[in-house]
Design a binder for this molecule. Sequence first.
Ligand code: BGC
Length: 530
Amino acid sequence: MQDTRPVERAARDPWWRDAVVYQVYLRSFADGNGDGVGDFPGLRSRLPYLAGLGVDAVWVTPHYVSGGADGGYDVVDFTSVDPDYGTVEDVRGLVEDAHGLGLRVLLDIVPNHTSDRHEWFRRALADPDSPEAARYHFRPASEEPPNNWQSMFGGPAWSRTPDGRWYLHLFTPQQPDLNWTNPAVVEDFDRTLRFWFDLGVDGFRVDVAYGLFKDPEYRDNPGIYSPTLFGHGPEQAMTTNQPGVHDVWRRWRAICDSYADPKMLVGEVSLADLAEVGRYARPDELHHAFQFRLLKSDWDAASFADTITEALAAFDAVGAPAPWVLGNHDKARQVTRYGSLRRARAAALLMLALPGSAYLYAGEELGLPEADVPDQARRDPIFFRSGGKRAGRDGCRIPMPWEGGEENAGFSGATPWLPQPAGWAGYAVDRQESDPGSTLALYRQAILLRDLYPALGSGRASVTRTGDVVRVDLVAQSGEPGAVTCWINMGATPAGVPAHRLLLSSSPDVTGPVAGVLRLKADTAVWVTW
Ligand code: BGC
């Protein structure tokens, strides 16, 4: 009989290939100075929690001085820390503490655009002939916008300056796009990377990594972009995925590799074509390229199975690990998206079994649902730019519940910057810590087993589907024992699946196996060994 004893994961080199990365929405994670806004001291104080969860790295959403137009993604100064969040010394301290606990720290860098309050844009506005004006996309004054390009947040991607020129912004008008054909832009970002790397930061999540370059002739897109489209396809052919962008990632990779302990990059590559996404993760480019097809999939076995198969093939083709993500700060929380906590827990087990890295979004380990945010409390520009037609992303950015019995569920002594809905304390970390059946306990167990079984997270996977049941067989690459199968039943009725031993179940009501068969209830995933 095959030896099924767990094996301590061998060399984790390079660490990022199978890492579990935890995304912290800084403003909502933990408030250290009692002003209702999360900050670096708060995050530092909660690092032991993250170490206890078992993750390998923390990715912190933008912390820079910003214009406040898009949750920090409109950066005024790339080597600063917004005083709301602390100081550069706090970042240094965070990195030291994190390293002491065996955690890596990734920051978020925003190279596609700056804030309209960035000193470059101010000078560019004041003087059309300034060198700073050449760092953006300005077009001459005219009645109509220069072309049909649309902002991803709704409306045209062009706004006018007071002197009548047009400037490009793929997001809000407060986020003018940089012109990456200008060497001054390229060199300035080199300096930004080194500034944070020299401080000890381990890498970056790269915002809009499929953007940066635009069609040099500013030709119309062949269709009109709509945020409801599945991915970014031909209707964005002139505004995203231009060939020049790959040279930037090669340049950044060389900077990463110049450090004794090489730094890592994970880019947001929101393209529909997964083979195109894979090209961003070629060996001399980004370490990880996020694909969002799984994140955008409905609760549907065929869609999950096909996406996983296709993504694995796309990343295998370039020798890169697949980064998996089910939730982030831009998407409604999976409990609400899938329709139940039960499904979200099952999906988590599936994701944590897959080969590659897994990105968790703060609060998903607590099973937080999408929150209803009253209109007057909303902050997201998507809500305002769509005239209230799109709810926006505030509902997944609600401050974390830590201690159920404390004011504002332990997030802050002051009123949180976004209101926590009624019942939020019920999800608090301290309540879940004392409950072995909690979602937090499930995530902890899963991450622990991932560390013990090489087949999980770093195995080779084969995916098959029968009706609503998806089976993922995982075999350790190095031939070590401990093959694991993940079964997920996405249908409405129970299914019998072959199994030798149950390792972990997303739902406490799974028992067995009996006579080599396990009864898998609806919306449940299990890990079994043979
Ligand atoms: C980030 C968003 C942000 C946008 C513009 C995205 O992809 O994840 O939160 O609004 O880039 O910077």
